[in-house]
Write a protein that binds this ligand. Structure first.
Ligand code: ADP
Ligand code: MG
Length: 238
């Protein structure tokens, strides 16, 4: 289980404060979407949760452990990026297992975890292929597979679908929702696409200029937007 708590989290780059003291409670198993315009701090916030960016002030807890100073590799979180560079010379199986191999996980354990991830993502038939023989959607699934095999407590996604065409994006939304249905992990998903937010989230966090404007279910935000910004953002056509 993994509850995720942010307490008065501030981020400064030099003298410039870009995240202004975020308080947020995410419960075990929730699918939470951070949404907001470009530059509002979504990636910075996610990277601080991942441990890829230092927190300037405040704390992050996963369950009862304060992880603010814990290195990324020891937090039990894993991130799926927008640019999912796969190793071109490795097969799908090797791509998915590579991180575990580096972590010296035994071979049969790697094989077991890759097979399980391939089953969940329906990549079983493609395990011996190289990335260049895959479609964009299949590559994205391999990238997600690399994350699943690490067995993280918390999954973080930073605009994972924004490089895909519209049709594939819709298909991948459904697949990620299915993935959450099967794994039931805590997932934090960043997007600037309100349709994605409205269709995928248990809970939406609307960000603007490094502050939270509103937190609520898609329905709550739709029916009771806290202000004109939220109303405009949620209601605007895509
Ligand atoms: P989003 O992901 O919502 O588009 P970011 O988290 O990437 O926004 O950026 C939030 C703000 O922080 C922006 O104003 C951006 O210019 C600034 N920022 C992000 N990373 C850095 C950095 N490494 N150095 C300086 N400023 C940064
Ligand atoms: Mg970003």
């Amino acid at each position: 289980m993994a509850d995720l708590t942010l307490s008065r989290v501030i981020k400064r780059f030099g003298d410039l404060e870009t995240i202004h003291g975020i308080d947020l409670d995410i419960r075990d198993g929730e699918f939470v979407v951070f949404v907001g315009p470009s530059g509002c701090g979504k990636s910075t916030l996610l990277r601080m949760i991942a441990g890829l960016e230092e927190v300037s002030e405040g704390d992050i807890h996963i369950d009862d452990e304060c992880v603010t100073q814990v290195p990324a590799s020891k937090r039990g979180v894993a991130m799926v990026f927008q640019s999912y560079a796969l190793y071109p010379h490795m097969t799908v199986r090797e791509n998915m297992g590579f991180g575990l191999k580096m972590a010296r996980v035994p071979k049969d354990e790697i094989s077991r975890r890759v097979d399980e991830a391939a089953r969940i993502l329906q990549l079983e038939q493609l395990l011996d292929r190289k990335p260049k023989a895959l479609s964009g959607g299949q590559r994205q699934r391999v990238a997600i597979g690399r994350t699943i095999v690490r067995n993280p407590k918390v999954f973080l996604f930073d605009e994972p679908l924004s490089n895909l065409d519209a049709e594939l994006r819709v298909q991948m939304r459904v697949e990620i929702a299915k993935l959450h249905g099967e794994l039931r992990n805590t997932m934090v998903y960043v997007t600037h696409d309100q349709t994605e937010a409205m269709t995928m989230a248990d809970k939406i966090v609307v960000l603007r200029g490094g502050n939270i404007e509103q937190v609520g279910s898609p329905l709550q935000l739709y029916l009771n937007p806290a202000n004109d910004f939220v109303a405009g953002f949620i209601g605007s056509p895509k």
